[in-house]
Design a binder for this molecule. Structure first.
Ligand SMILES: [Zn+2]
Length: 484
């Protein structure tokens, strides 16, 4: 049995889930469900970064003295949001959990034993919001490129990880494994970074009470990024190495340079693949709290239905690239592709079977011309390459072909065997469409199954003529209501 272990980055616990967080997590959910359909053993991990200094500031601002109480409350909100967004994660990791602290401590000790930790003085730039050390080269007009604010000058004694000692090894691994970092543009970015001067990184911070105590110096805490990355091991429940890490481009260097080096030093296997996606803009603008355009996915769910959002963000954005979210775009796809194409196909098929076939699946075989319109192999290849937008487009091209088939055959004019063939072909095709859509739109798929009177199936049942004749169908509510 093949294994599929996928991760999202862990999110800051003091945030609230935005459409941006929902995007990455939904993609991980879709991929996991796809692998479940294939019969693979899956493990889908998401979680929360709680040891950050940002967490304390947020807790203090809200008047909490007990930071643990604050993170407990916030963590419940995240878990609830993921449930409401139908995210089927297998694991959930919080970096304040004892199981995480234990693994971080062991991890650090392993690296230290390798001789890759040394004490030194850090003098340089630090961005509070990134919680990361920056170099002059990283800045844009003197500002942190992600937070548009000047970094602090700091000078402190802390411990360093010999990242420079792993530069060649990481580079060799990336060059030997073309699929390790994707897409290609990001891979090239990492390669060119590694070919330049790579400095050792500071992995501890003095003078804070919050976080994981450095095993070799109790006056210091583990640098939050060093701690956070280890969640992929500490939360893996025995599934390490991950088949896939999903991440956005602003955390590329942590994941594609520092993380592989940490794993090499500590003697762990490397993840199989890191996939870097772009940023989501809102109506063409960067999403940010200061602009006040952060969209709550639960608000969208209320307004448009969850599956419409899952469909829209997957179909609209070429996975890997930057993409724009707009409510108008969502409405257009909901009205055209979901209501007019998919919803209409389900509705007209069920209406005809109820009217013309006494609500039962007639005995027939699926039209061979229609069968040829489904390119299952292409869809499977696109999913394997993480081209989710293409796979979804391919599934919908088959849905359009089914609608066209109705228009051409004009079943309202037919009777007998010819009519039965059309009705059977449509119901059998819908059964297959429902399997293929399950990862993308799980509740829609379930509704289609209920109407057709079939059970949820696996990918291997995406073969024509498996629908049983004589089964009773039951037309349900319209799947997608159009919005103005
Ligand atoms: Zn920053």
């Amino acid at each position: 049995m093949a294994k599929f272990y996928v991760t999202t980055p862990i999110y800051y616990v003091n945030d609230v889930p935005s459409i941006g967080h929902a995007y990455t997590t939904t993609i991980a959910d879709i991929l996991t469900r796809w692998h479940r359909l294939q019969g693979d053993k899956t493990f889908f991990l998401t979680g929360l970064d709680e040891n950050s200094q940002i967490t304390i500031k947020a807790a203090q601002k809200k008047g909490f003295k007990d930071f643990g109480k604050y993170t407990d409350e916030m963590a419940e909100k995240w878990k609830k949001a993921w449930k409401e967004l139908n995210i089927s994660n297998d694991g959930f990791i919080r970096t304040t959990e004892p199981r995480h602290k234990k693994v971080v401590t062991e991890f650090f000790e392993k690296i230290n034993k390798m001789g890759d930790i040394y004490k030194g003085n850090y003098k340089g730039l630090y961005c509070d919001s990134c919680e990361a050390y920056l170099t002059e080269k990283d800045l844009e007009n003197g500002l942190c490129p992600f937070h548009k604010k000047p970094p602090k000058q700091i000078s402190e004694e802390n411990y360093f990880f010999k990242l420079s000692a792993y530069k060649e090894k990481v580079l060799a691994h990336i060059e030997k494994n073309p699929g390790f970092i994707q897409p290609k543009t990001r891979r090239n970015e990492v390669i060119s970074f590694l070919k330049g001067e790579v400095k050792d990184v500071s992995v501890s911070r003095p003078g804070t009470d919050w976080g994981i105590t450095l095993p070799i110096d109790e006056k210091q805490k583990v640098w939050v990024w060093f701690d956070a990355l280890i969640n992929y091991v500490s939360g893996s429940e025995g599934n390490w190495p991950a088949e896939l890490h999903l991440l956005a481009k602003d955390i590329l260097r942590f994941h594609c340079v520092i993380w592989p080096a940490m794993l090499m030093s500590a003697g762990y296997e490397l993840p199989k693949k890191l996939f870097v996606h772009g940023f989501m803009t809102i109506n063409g603008q960067k999403m940010s709290k200061s602009l006040g355009n952060v969209i709550d996915p639960l608000y969208l769910k209320e307004k448009y239905g969850l599956d419409a959002i899952r469909y829209y963000i997957t179909r609209e954005i070429s996975f890997g690239e930057d993409g724009d979210f707009s409510e108008n775009g969502l409405k257009a796809r909901l009205n055209n592709e979901l209501a007019n194409e998919l919803g209409n196909l389900v509705n007209r098929t069920l209406v005809m079977i109820e009217k013309k076939s006494a609500g039962k699946i007639p005995a027939a075989k699926t039209d061979e011309g229609l069968q040829k319109k489904l390119n299952l192999k292409k869809i499977e290849e696109q999913m394997e390459k993480l081209e989710l937008h293409h796979a979804l487009a391919e599934i919908f091209s088959f849905i359009s072909a089914c609608n066209q088939f109705v228009n051409e055959k004009e079943p309202w004019k037919l009777k007998g065997k010819e009519l039965d063939t059309v009705l059977y072909s449509l119901a059998d095709s819908l059964r297959i469409i429902s399997i293929l859509l399950q990862p993308f739109m799980p509740s829609t798929s379930e509704k289609i199954n209920q109407q057709l009177g079939v059970k949820a199936a696996k990918l291997k049942e995406c073969k024509f003529n498996l629908l049983k004749a004589g089964a009773k169908v039951k037309k349900g509510e319209i799947l997608f209501k159009k919005v103005e």
